[in-house]
Every structure is written in C-alpha cells, then in structure tokens.
Design a protein around this ligand. Structure first.
Ligand code: EPZ
Length: 417
C-alpha cells in the first residue's frame, strides 16, 4: 500500500503541464487491436491504468513497443484467448476489450468485475448493444462469453448516455456488416478522440461528440498514427488546486472548451481566472461566493470533478450544495473532508457545505481515484501534515503527480509501506 504525505498551507506558483487523457487512453489501447496493421499513439500518460492495459495486450500476444510517451501496438500475431479476472479486475475500463475482441474476432471471453466503490456500475447497456449487433451474451458468474456468427448494423438507443457503452458499441460495430446508429450517445471529448483514432485507421464513423453516432462497417483497418487529447479532469483538478493555493498557478496544455462547465462555476464563485487558448492561470482568493453544482453528462459539470470541487466549496462564504446525479456512491470523501475540519452534511444525493472552514492536516484515506484527488487538494490547503493511505488509487489517473506538485512548491511525497 502507498501513503502520500503532504505538508499543507503552502502557496503554489509556477506551471503544471497536463498529460494525455486517462479516459481516452484506456479506450484507445484496447481499440488498437482492431487494426489489421499497427497503431502508433502518442501522448499516452504513464499511469498505472496504462500499465494494466499493456499487461493485457502482452497476455494476448500483442506486440507492444513503448517510447517515452508513445506506444506502438501491433496485433498481427495476437491470440484471442480468455482474459482472466486477475487482468480484468485491475481496472473497469478493461471492458473495452470486450467490444474490441468482438469487433475483430466476433468473439470475446473475459471476466469482468461487478461494481466498484462509487457505484454498482452495471454493463447492461454495453451487452444490449452487442446483442443488437447480432451477438449472443452468456454470463456465468463474472465470466462473459460474447460471440456472433456475424455482426450486422443496428439502431441502438441508450437508456443512459453512457460513456463506456457508447465507446464499446463503437468498437464492436466498426467492422460489422452495414450501418449502426447509436442514439442518445454520450458526447464526452474522449469519445471523439476514440472515433478519430478509428477513422484514422479507415473506419467510417460520423457524429461522435453529438448524441447520434453513425458507424458504417468496413472490412480492413490500416496502420495509423494518433494523439491522445489532454486530460480535462486532470486539468480541472489542478485548476481547483490553483484556486485553493495558487499564487499564481499556470495549468498548461489545456483545451478550455472541454472544461467550460467548471470554468463557469469557478467564475460564479469569484475565482481569479485567466483563460488562454491552451492554458489557465489562477490564484487563491479569500472571499469565494457560495456556489452550487449538479453533476451531469457532458457538457454538464463532470462527475469526476465533483469531489475535488467540494474541497473548494469548503472555502466559500455561506452554504454551497453539490448534487451527484451520475453515480450513487460518490461522496465517500466527505467523512475525510470533515476529519480535516470541513462542515458537510449529506442528504440523499446532495452534500451541503458550510464555509469558510479552516482545514487542518489529519490522517485520511483515498477511497477511489477522484476521492483521492480531493484529499490531495484538501491536504495542500490544510495547515499542518496530511497523510493519505491507499494513495495508489491516485496514481491511476494523475501522471507524475508528486513531481508536478513539487515543481510548483508543494511539500509532498509518497512511500510504499
Ligand atoms: C466513464 O465511466 C469514466 N471512466 C468515469 O471516470 C466517469 O465518471 C464516467 O464515464 C461518467 O462520465 C472511463 O472513461 C474509464 P458511464 P463509465 O457508463 O463509462 C450507468 C474516473 O474517475 N450505467 O457513463 O463506466 C452507470 O452505473 C472515472 O476517471 C448503467 O446503468 O460511466 C452510471 O451510473 C470514474 N449501465 C452511469 O450509467 C451501463 O451499461 C454513467 O456511467 C453503463 C452505465
């Protein structure tokens, strides 16, 4: 287990450069096996989720070459074998191998873990999409066997604009015979990045980024080169940290349009923001206006920034509210925020935060990736020392977080115990 230790209360100034998006990367790596040649992807973040997916590629006998932040994936000699639970349980996004293997071989056999800490996170919509394309899905406990004699185009309506289901169905449909239309598709930028990757290989996908995506099946997917978009959630996390501790803090390699909802809420709160073409500069302030958020699918306020944002709400004058509408259990950071001195009460899916609170260092736990990020933000703000156990969760989604924060003046370290 890893423990992160932060000596908080320090001003942070300088520049943090944003890495490639985790939630694009974890789909692009499985998608690469659909190529009939090789795929080169650059700006891949060196995070533990990337490692876990590369382990699965190697297990499938896919040739993987890693350079500094790029990866060359050649599936010419790969084997379509059952993906064991020891691999698939390392991260939920392993489910993208289901869509990719089904799309390439018309068969996928893999174990897939149920929910995780933030919610049940079923995959019924993924499976419904596979069945619409002509697959038969068998589920023996946690083992899924998905296979089709032939994959054909279909009109698929998603009851929920699910990011994972949208991408997984796209992966399964790129080589299906005929046209597939996904209605009520999710519109996240990561989906556009994956569709662009597949089109770079020769796929015929239109409408990504809108709620209607059309995929015309093709027979062959050729060699391609692709770049991962900057991580909007990493960017948002560091911008929030800048609003807590910046003096000033520049966040570089950002696509501001991808975090419009966050930037609007920060402006409403009275955060000092300079937004450039590909950067954001922010500084801490004493008088923040109480501000409410409600998470929603893109382009609404992202659920992945809800937990870090509640840390900022503890510094507002008066009552702020956060309502979580995407996942049923995404307030597990709140007891630890209270341990640090915040005044937060939860009722149903809404947290009410009274501020401003003086945060004081204490011992807390990272219950999941973004809860861990919220503990980093709170620890940097808090007076005194904060220790975060289960800090390995944080390394799943924040490349070089210790180096990036140390370089702008934070006193932070991580150790294995
Ligand atoms: C993706 O998860 C992200 N993960 C999540 O980020 C993010 O919070 C989420 O999208 C929402 O934006 C990756 O991209 C790897 P969903 P995903 O399918 O695809 C329900 C992070 O911290 N649902 O859009 O799993 C589901 O339970 C992670 O980086 C079904 O009911 O999210 C949830 O309540 C956390 N049936 C809602 O839909 C399904 O078949 C949205 O889930 C699929 C989803």
């Amino acid at each position: 287990m890893k423990i992160m230790e932060i000596e908080g209360g320090k001003d942070l100034s300088g520049t943090i450069r944003i890495s490639g998006a985790k939630n694009a990367t974890v789909a692009l790596i499985p998608a690469a096996i659909l190529s009939d040649e090789e795929a080169t992807i650059c700006n891949i973040p060196e995070i533990t989720d990337t490692e876990a997916l590369c382990d699965i590629l190697s297990y499938l006998n896919v040739d993987v070459k890693r350079a500094s932040e790029s990866i060359i994936i050649n599936p010419s000699n790969m084997k379509n074998i059952e993906i064991k639970e020891e691999f698939s349980k390392k991260l939920r996004a392993s489910y993208y191998f289901m869509g990719a293997l089904l799309g390439k071989y018309k068969k996928a056999v893999m174990y897939f873990p149920g929910g995780c800490s933030i919610g049940a996170r079923p995959i019924d919509l993924h499976l419904k999409g596979f069945e619409a394309l002509g697959a038969i899905v068998k589920n023996e406990k946690n083992k899924y066997i998905v296979e089709a004699d032939e994959l054909h185009g279909a009109n698929i309506y998603l009851d929920i604009a699910s990011v994972g289901a949208t991408i997984n169905i796209m992966l399964a449909a790129v080589k299906a015979k005929g046209i597939t239309v996904i209605d009520n598709a999710a519109k996240e930028p990561e989906i556009v990045n994956v569709a662009t990757f597949l089109n770079n290989m020769g796929a015929k996908i239109t409408g990504a980024g809108t709620s209607t995506i059309k995929i015309e099946g093709v027979d062959y997917l050729h060699k391609c080169f692709h770049e991962v978009i900057p991580d909007r959630i990493e960017a948002g996390t560091y911008i929030i940290i800048g609003a807590l501790c910046g003096n000033p803090l520049k966040i570089d390699n950002v696509i501001p349009e991808h975090i419009d909802a966050l930037l609007s809420k920060l402006e409403e709160m009275g955060v000092d923001l300079e937004v450039g073409a590909d950067y954001v500069i922010t500084s801490k302030n004493k008088n923040y206006i109480s501000t409410n958020i409600k998470t929603a699918v893109y382009p609404g306020f992202p659920t992945d920034l809800q937990q870090p944002f509640t840390v900022l709400q503890t510094q507002c004058n008066g009552k702020s509210k956060t309502t979580e509408t995407i996942f049923e259990n995404r307030f597990m950071h709140v007891p630890y925020l209270k341990e640090l001195g915040a005044d937060v009460e939860i009722k149903n899916q809404t947290a009410t935060i009274l501020g401003p609170s003086t945060l004081k260092g204490s011992q807390v736990v990272a219950t999941d990736l973004r809860a861990g990020a919220s503990m980093v933000a709170a620890g940097l703000k808090a007076e005194g020392t904060t220790t975060i156990t289960n800090a390995e969760h944080i390394l799943r989604g924040y490349e070089q977080i210790i180096e990036k924060l140390t370089n702008v003046g934070a006193k932070i370290n991580i150790k294995e115990i």
